[in-house]
Design a protein around this ligand. Structure first.
Ligand code: MLT
Length: 265
């Protein structure tokens, strides 16, 4: 079911499918909830899968200005309130993972589990912040086309680019239709996010780390390092996938998610 919820001054669009243990899937940047289509299809027969377009992306609008990870995390908590759900598993990919960290900081008692896909705990380096500022200028001057050109080769594994051009095309189209205000706001919000590394040993719920073996942006070593710091963590490295493992190797990611969610019930 596709629906909208009135949340903190905007109409947040989301998909809500299935029944059972609830999992919220948070998309990466600059994408939208359709990046999780294969997971909704595979998981909804056994679990309740809730997938918002985070504000500023897809069908969820946002006023111009910085989009902090805290704001996006509070939207998730408000969406759970709207759905009358006390607790859920929160699963975020890359920027969605930064939001999952913010959620863990601000709403820990609402977590049944955490899944971090192709993401990292550390804050931006000074060079990364400079890169974000350049991208904000680029989007203002030229729109999303140069962003798609710059990001696609880094988002996908070489094998995906060569053998699955349809996945590359889906991602390219998703980037091109991203609302420029949301893109600029999220770039600023990501640049401003804090280091979440100190949070890792304090996480009390089970945590799953899923990473593409060829993720060039948040490599497996990064995920392994995070997993080693949490009290109850598991690591799954997905062969032949890059930064968008759920789109590049859906079967492997679906299996890892189903096993994790099934173990929580
Ligand atoms: C993402 O996939 O969400 C981005 O790579 C996150 C980032 O730019 O840090």
């Amino acid at each position: 079911m596709t629906a909208t919820a009135s949340i903190h001054g905007i109409s947040l669009a989301y998909t809500d499918a299935g029944r059972g243990t609830s999992v919220v899937l948070l998309h990466g940047f600059p994408l939208d909830r359709s990046m999780w289509d294969a997971q909704v299809e595979a998981l909804a027969p056994r679990f309740r899968v809730i997938v918002p377009d985070q504000r500023g992306f897809g069908e969820s609008p946002a006023p111009p200005g910085p989009l902090s990870m805290d704001r996006l995390a509070d939207d998730v908590a408000a969406l759970l309130d709207h759905l009358r759900l006390r607790r859920a598993v929160v699963c975020g990919l890359s920027m969605g993972g930064y939001v999952a960290f913010a959620f863990a900081r601000r709403h820990a008692d609402r977590l049944q589990g955490l899944v971090f896909c192709d993401t990292k705990a550390v804050a931006d380096s000074p060079e990364a912040r400079t890169g974000r500022a350049e991208m904000i200028e680029l989007v203002a001057a030229k729109g999303l086309e140069p962003i798609a050109g710059r990001m696609l080769p880094r988002l996908l594994a070489p094998a995906t680019l060569q053998r699955r051009p349809e996945v590359a095309e889906l991602v390219r189209r998703m980037i091109l239709r991203a609302p420029p205000d949301g893109v600029r706001g999220a770039l600023q919000g990501m640049a401003d996010r804090p280091d979440s590394t100190p949070l890792l040993p304090t996480l009390r719920c089970p945590a799953l780390f899923v990473v593409g073996a060829q993720d060039a942006l948040s490599p497996p070593e990064e995920a392994g390092g995070m997993c080693a710091r949490v009290p109850n963590g598991r690591l799954v490295v997905v062969p032949d996938a890059g930064h968008l493992a759920p789109m590049e190797s859906p079967a492997a990611v679906n299996a890892a998610l189903a096993e994790f969610l099934g173990g929580l019930a």
